[in-house]
Design a protein. Structure first.
Length: 381
């Protein structure tokens, strides 16, 4: 593999904000740079001081919009086109890799301004549901931009199914990656090694993440397992229904930790005896499931499309129907009461996580780049 490449990773989302796509881009950039490639990240940013990457190029101010049961922070500035054209002309990227290319005007403007004779455009589609733009006729406007993509990637089968309904075509499935060693080698938090059973939730506190169902399951389990403790890690505030369950059932040992650093997040996974993700839908990929697996923590999750593609039920995790507090409680109780089951799920999950190392995922992305440029090879070390 013969030469280093000059690569732009372009995001429509606020790069100063916690989220799956910014994390994905940062990790992909880091791996590419280890292999000698020059990588620039281009994205809207509400606070550039929060971004440590010296090759990050802020592009526009983001605004919040509803997106697939969540809130996406994207830029709709129409004044960016001249600046983007100047940047693309000056940098002359070999590859321009756009993540969610139709989710905002930064990515759309990059597509409109790039020169397909000098730069190869690749789009990666992450979501299962998309923004409201798909429902208000935006996809008709996006057709000419879609034609500029030389290659298309989906992070999962559910993400592929969604985007293929909007823009039919071939999509290479390349999953998200994780930094396996960060989770595998993390040290447990000493204050959580106190004899209690730690049940962990990690994610933004949004309705679709299903926290209220985990609280319902926890309230049932607490009677039989009084030493059980629920740790809730992630930004946001619980919804009214979650507060109601906590108050009406007088739940004890529920700790809302809030947002934590990546290092501390890994330590929470390592401190947990069981990880549970009770999401109700619109998940394209279960990155939190893989993080728990990499830490060796047994997983209970809901049987939704994005999760079923990651977990093999009864082998490396337990799957239950979404919005079913009883089933959730039953699966958690099985792991608490059956040590050999927990150990088997842990070992099998840890083995599965190996396939999602960033080295492998980034290598697959570069190999896909090569299929779009058969006359030249991209360096992978």
């Amino acid at each position: 593999m013969n030469r280093p490449a000059k690569i732009a990773l372009v995001s429509p989302y606020d790069h100063a904000f916690f989220g799956g796509v910014p994390d994905h881009i940062n990790s992909l950039a880091g791996q590419f740079r280890q292999w000698g490639h020059t990588v620039k990240i281009i994205a809207p940013c509400s606070d550039p001081s929060r971004v440590e990457d010296k090759d990050f190029i802020p592009m526009g101010r983001p605004v919040p919009v509803p997106s697939g049961g969540s809130i996406a922070r994207v830029s709709f500035s129409v004044w960016l086109r001249p600046r983007i054209k100047h940047l693309l002309d000056e940098e002359a990227f070999d590859y321009i890799h756009l993540h969610e290319p139709f989710a905002g005007l930064v990515t759309a403007n990059v597509l409109s301004q790039l020169n397909p004779m000098t730069s190869i455009a690749i789009g990666t589609f992450h979501t299962n549901g998309g923004t409201r733009l798909y429902k208000v006729g935006f996809k008709r406007l996006a057709v000419p931009y879609n034609r500029k993509l030389r290659g298309r990637i989906a992070v999962s089968e559910s993400a592929r199914e969604f985007i293929n309904r909007q823009f039919p075509g071939h999509y290479e499935i390349i999953p998200n990656g994780i930094k396996v060693d960060d989770f595998d080698q993390a040290e447990p938090l000493p204050h959580l090694q106190d004899g209690k059973i730690n049940l962990l939730f990690v994610g933004r506190l949004e309705k679709r993440k299903g926290l209220k169902h985990l609280l319902g399951a926890f309230s049932k389990l607490k009677w039989e397992y009084p030493q059980l403790r629920l740790l809730v890690v992630g930004p946001g505030k619980p919804d009214a229904e979650s507060y109601r369950i906590i108050s009406e059932r007088n739940l004890q040992d529920v700790e809302f930790v809030g947002k934590v650093s990546e290092e501390d997040k890994a330590r929470y996974y390592k401190s947990a005896h069981i990880f549970c993700s009770p999401a109700t839908g619109k998940e394209s990929f279960g990155i939190v499931l893989l993080e728990a697996m990499a830490a060796g923590t047994p997983v209970v999750a809901t049987r939704i499309s994005g999760y079923s593609g990651v977990i093999s039920d009864e082998k490396d995790g337990l799957l239950v129907p979404p919005k079913d507090d009883e089933a959730l409680a039953g699966a958690i109780a099985r792991i608490i009461s059956n040590r050999s089951l927990g150990l088997a799920l842990s070992a099998n999950g840890r083995a599965k996580a190996e396939a999602f190392r960033w080295e492998r995922v980034a290598g697959s992305v570069l190999e896909y780049y090569e299929t779009l440029t058969p006359s030249s090879k991209v360096a992978i070390s």
